[in-house]
Design a protein around this ligand. Sequence first.
Ligand SMILES: [Zn+2]
Ligand SMILES: [Zn+2]
Length: 226
Amino acid sequence: MRTLGISASDMDMIFISHLHLDHVGGMTEQKEQTFSLSQGPVSLPRIPVYSPVGISASRWNPGPEPQVITDPTVLKKGIASIGVIPRYLFLIGHTLEHSLAIHVAGKGIVLIIGCGHQTIERIIERTRALFDDPIYAIIGGLHYPVNGGRVMIGPVNIQRLVGSDRPPWNSIQESDVKRGIAAIKKVSPKMVALSAHDSSDWCIDQFKQAFGSAYVEIKVGKKIRI
Ligand SMILES: [Zn+2]
Ligand SMILES: [Zn+2]
């Protein structure tokens, strides 16, 4: 944030998609159901924190006021949670995750997704049930560590072991990625941007080929204009 010139005091809300370590600040935070922006002091104002499960601010950034939301909820004009969609993950267990829907006038719904454990098929289904407007953009993570991954221990792809509801001998595979792409194509979004954090380079290539000029590369700090 310092590198990008973003001040903690500029934030007016925090949206926590789910309580996995890579989304709350680390292993200790996941275990203790807290969240940290850094492993050092960060001064945060009394802003709302929306989380699908009970969570509190860690000692590094006290101040914000967490609220548990599980149902679809309008958080601010034009900004809503689509509500929790639960999934039982192999080894990790029951995971509650929600995604953000932002309404952009004249365009439609921009979906911002954390890890996407819910599966994109169910996220799209929920979004279409909630809103009349078309899905304009799908931005964020989907759990597709297929043909590679970001957490390898030797030949073992850790993300493939833990992030889906299926055991390792029948885990996420190419056909799941293809089914996800097909589900996205059905709603013809004008923009698709897949985070690399849980998806392999192979998967990102599949998305690039599938969505062509609608595909946008995302990186930390990159500004995306809708
Ligand atoms: Zn994640
Ligand atoms: Zn996760």
